[in-house]
Ligand binder design. Structure first.
Ligand SMILES: Nc1nc2c(ncn2[C@@H]2O[C@H](COP(=O)(O)OP(=O)(O)O)[C@@H](O)[C@H]2O)c(=O)[nH]1
Ligand SMILES: [Mg+2]
Ligand SMILES: [Zn+2]
Length: 352
């Protein structure tokens, strides 16, 4: 427990409308031994673990005054300074500088068609960004071999987004148990990414294949899993850390419909170390802020080809002396890779 009046550093695990939850290490825990909960296994107890406990905190008023483009002053994953006020509560006094943030337009803006009904009546907030999480150490892009079918386009979008936001990506192909040659098929799908320095995982949450490797990868820092609904994100997390007991096969909605425009996310500790951002469902991240010429360089699978184009801002369409198109025409570049690029390019140019 933390002593009343003491100041502690912690990490924000949940952001509510009136208070936030902050996890702080216990006084007797060795500094930096945040993974000491390993031996206790389950981490489903939200209020405490072997190494620390959560404080319910209000926010110092001045945190709201800072000029920012965000709807809230803190986000899940933020490191904060807390003034301890009681065994279970405190006040967030300062938010540390972030290494990165994953944000999307506040619903009712670009995404108006889907969230518009809920966003109405909150006019004037449409320029704000909703920070999904801060200080992410990796973006775990989860796909399924089948059911739902693998979509390279989605992987590419997330890889581009991860690059833009300064978050290290990893790619997982799950559900390989559903096909006789699943492992080989998955490896073939991952082939285009092999040279990109991105860790690749072939898994089955059902049989446990590849889970040890994924657990090791996620055992430090904060991970966020993204991917289409039904690919097995919750199942993988349950396999990696059984104590989480996340709901499987359903889309969780923590809120009654229409009450909030935000999606409640939380940070959960993994039994083997590390944290995971648990989110009811991040459908997509905006690609609205990517300049088209930058996309061409971030797009996975082109390697150093863009460097050989005549023009620095080549979009690899019909520009003269384009090395990408040349590689395509000489069969050195997979046509599907190229088509995926053209699809995203059109989205980016269409203004989202
Ligand atoms: N056969 C098989 N089924 C899986 C696997 N992973 C998840 N599932 C099933 O796929 C469905 C969706 O899983 P879920 O974890 O809820 O996906 P999420 O929407 O990405 O969180 C559930 O019925 C799971 O039991 C897997 O590796 N193999
Ligand atoms: Mg799920
Ligand atoms: Zn080019």
């Amino acid at each position: 427990m933390s002593e009343r009046g003491s100041r502690r550093e912690g990490v924000v695990t949940e952001v509510g409308s009136r208070s936030v939850r902050v996890w702080v290490e216990d006084d007797d825990a060795q500094p930096g031994s945040g993974d000491a909960a390993t031996s206790s296994g389950a981490t489903d107890d939200r209020s405490a673990s072997a190494a620390g406990h959560e404080l319910r905190c209000t926010l110092r008023g001045n945190l709201w005054n800072e000029e920012r483009d965000e709807s809230r002053p803190v986000a899940v994953g933020d490191r904060v300074d807390v003034l301890v006020e009681g065994p279970d509560d405190g006040v967030v006094e300062a938010v540390h500088e972030r290494s990165n943030r994953l944000a999307r337009p506040q619903p009712a803006g670009r995404d108006g068609s889907r969230a518009g009904a809920r966003g109405k009546g909150r006019g004037g907030r449409t320029n704000l960004r909703q920070v999904v999480a801060a200080n992410l150490d990796r973006l775990v892009i989860v796909t399924a071999l089948v059911d739902p079918p693998f979509r390279a386009g989605l992987v590419d979008r997330f890889l581009v987004k991860a690059d833009m936001e300064g978050i290290d990506p990893v790619v997982v192909v799950n559900k390989v148990d559903l096909e006789p040659d699943g492992v080989e098929l998955a490896a073939a799908l991952l082939e285009p990414y092999a040279g990109e320095g991105v860790p690749l995982f072939v898994t089955s949450a059902e049989t446990g294949l590849g889970i040890d490797a994924l657990r090791a990868e996620m055992s430090e820092g904060i991970s966020l899993l993204v991917g289409h609904s039904g690919v097995g994100k919750s199942s993988l997390l349950n396999a990696v850390s059984p104590g989480l007991r996340l709901g499987v096969g359903r889309v969780t909605d923590h809120h009654g419909r229409g009450r909030h425009t935000t999606t409640r996310v939380s940070l959960k500790r993994l039994a083997a170390g590390g944290w995971v951002v648990d989110t009811p469902g991040i459908r997509e991240f905006g690609l609205d802020d990517i300049p088209a010429a930058e996309l061409a360089r971030l797009y996975p699978g082109f390697g150093t080809l863009p460097d050989a184009c005549r023009f620095n801002d080549c979009l690899h369409r019909d520009e003269p002396d384009c090395a990408v198109v040349a590689a395509l025409e000489s069969d050195e570049l997979d046509p599907e890779r190229y088509e995926g690029y053209r699809r995203i390019l059109e989205e980016v140019e269409g203004g989202g």
